[in-house]
Design a protein around this ligand. Structure first.
Ligand SMILES: O=C(O)CCC(=O)C(=O)O
Ligand SMILES: [Fe+2]
Length: 272
């Protein structure tokens, strides 16, 4: 499935810019983010749930005409699989947070989660002066969890908690990277950490990744349950609605990921 998603996506990204911009920020469909928004070397296509088929088809129809259904069918299958995987992962995470947490909180807090994916094509500059070029600058994800498939090129890096050193997350065949996002950090009262990460590019090597973001519904009020906070501990985040946080990030980033000036801690963290 990854191979199919990758080869169909490469085909889409190989279209001329003018064609891709039919899906761009100034079009009515707005599923394509061109170069120079997140970074000069980053472009992406967004496929939104819950109807992945309709979302992918809307993009494919504009690019290839109505007869093409291969792309939308495979992305639908991929989206459904990612939903299933995300549910399984979150249930395991809840189990790790305490006895009975899964049965207590899955239905009440996570059953309305939704997902969307970003297929990202990284094109490094042809002349590289510095040793390392960032395809996507340091950031945290605004999700509960993110499930990432990266191709064999590598380049994903996470910042270690203690020393803030960059660690390579090397690609491994048939493996996915699972990343905790900001919403889960706040919901778990900081027991789970939304990791800072970035993507560095290799000279002359194109890179493709598919990131699936699993998020709370927009009007969800996020507040760590007492059982998760734990006896004798206090809340480190005030309650907030998911959409308010997404808007806060949007307003502060102006579409760029090149600095991490504001995170969920700045938005809802309670000063201790
Ligand atoms: O391309 C990758 O491997 C990661 C992308 C990412 O971090 C993101 O889209 O938020
Ligand atoms: Fe990310």
């Amino acid at each position: 499935m990854f191979d199919q998603v990758c080869s169909l996506s490469k085909h889409i990204f190989s279209n001329p810019t003018d064609t891709k911009l039919k899906l761009g920020p100034l079009s009515c469909i707005k599923t394509y983010t061109p170069h120079f928004i997140a970074s000069p070397y980053f472009e992406c296509l967004r496929v939104a749930g819950p109807d992945y088929l309709a979302s992918a088809k809307a993009s494919a129809d504009v690019l290839f005409g109505q007869q093409s259904s291969e792309f939308s069918e495979i992305l639908h299958e991929y989206g459904m699989k990612m939903m299933e995987i995300s549910k399984r992962i979150i249930k395991i995470i809840l189990m790790c947070l305490g006895d009975g947490c899964e049965s207590r909180f899955y239905e009440s807090d996570f059953s309305k989660c939704h997902g969307y994916m970003r297929i990202v094509n990284y094109t490094p500059p042809e002349t590289v002066i510095e040793k390392e070029v960032e395809g996507l600058g340091m950031h945290t994800d605004m999700s509960c969890i993110t499930v990432v498939y990266q191709d064999e090129t590598g380049g994903l890096q996470m910042r270690s908690k203690e020393e803030g050193k960059w660690m390579d997350i090397s690609p491994c065949e048939n493996s996915l990277v699972v990343n905790v996002g900001d919403l889960m950090q706040a919901w778990s009262n900081g027991r789970l950490r939304s990791s800072e990460h970035r993507v560095v590019l290799k000279r002359f090597v194109n890179r493709l990744s598919v990131a699936f973001f699993w998020c709370f519904e927009d009007d969800k009020v996020i507040l760590a349950p007492e059982e998760v906070v734990g006896d004798g501990c206090s809340r480190t985040y005030r309650s907030f609605t998911c959409l308010d946080y997404l808007k806060f990030r949007e307003n502060n980033e102006e579409g760029k990921f090149d600095r991490i000036a504001y995170t969920v801690k700045d938005f809802a963290g309670i000063k201790q």
